[in-house]
Design a protein around this ligand. Sequence first.
Ligand code: G3H
Ligand code: ZN
Length: 275
Amino acid sequence: MPIGDMRTLLGAHRAVGAFNFIQLEVAEAIVDGAERAGCGVVLQLSQNAVAFHGGLAPSASAALRLAEAARVPVVVHLDHATEEDLIDEAIALGVPSVMYDGAHLPDAENLARTASIVDRAHRAGVWVEAELGEVGGKGAHAPGVRTDVDDAAAFVAATGVDALAVAVGSEHAMLERSARLDEGLVAALAGRLPVPLVLHGSSGVPDDGIVGAVRAGMRKVNVGTHLNVVLTGVIRAELDRDPEVVDPRRYLRPARDAVAAEVERLLRVISLESP
Ligand code: G3H
Ligand code: ZN
């Protein structure tokens, strides 16, 4: 299947699941899970994951080839990029969607840089997600932080972004699924903004919170840490079960299967197929 694009994927789904991978086996599991669920998916690689590998091309190329081989639409997305050179490299490699994360910058600088990236990304036909700045020195995705509707509308109008990451009560890297989202704010943002909303830090959001957010208008649901919890839990159990094991396939195969099953399950939740 041709590599997916975000506009088409969002057009075909009420909400889409976007899953972060670091290593190949998780990328394979994300595609496998999407095929089992029978729906499209976003395969995300963050700037942090790129730094772990020491470069973008090997992992991004693998993701693009997985997307081409998939039986469902797969959009490859560069996530949380703060370095403009990395975004340019992703565009040159054929990555169809990028997130520019200028949340650490002063608002005016974030807006100017985001607008400039949107301009050159759009000339290459690439989708751009962005986010507003930090509030009160905290990360943009922290329990007490909320996106202001007027600020968000002005940011979208001034930058021309295609999608906006919003702060509605989730937090990155939570190990427990206990975050409560502000569904009223999601609905207010969805009613006002002309672009799809993106939920970051969805690992910390329970299934009913994801369903509520999607019903209120959330369109892209980002999950990273939760898949690492699943993967590492199975690997730890396998190594405990057989302390003599040395072939990584012995523990990566069941771990990859478990991640695929969880991606399938979460995609059904995000698609509102199951509560
Ligand atoms: O951009 C990626 C997501 O926000 C993942 O966050 O690792 O907390 O699920 P998470
Ligand atoms: Zn995020």
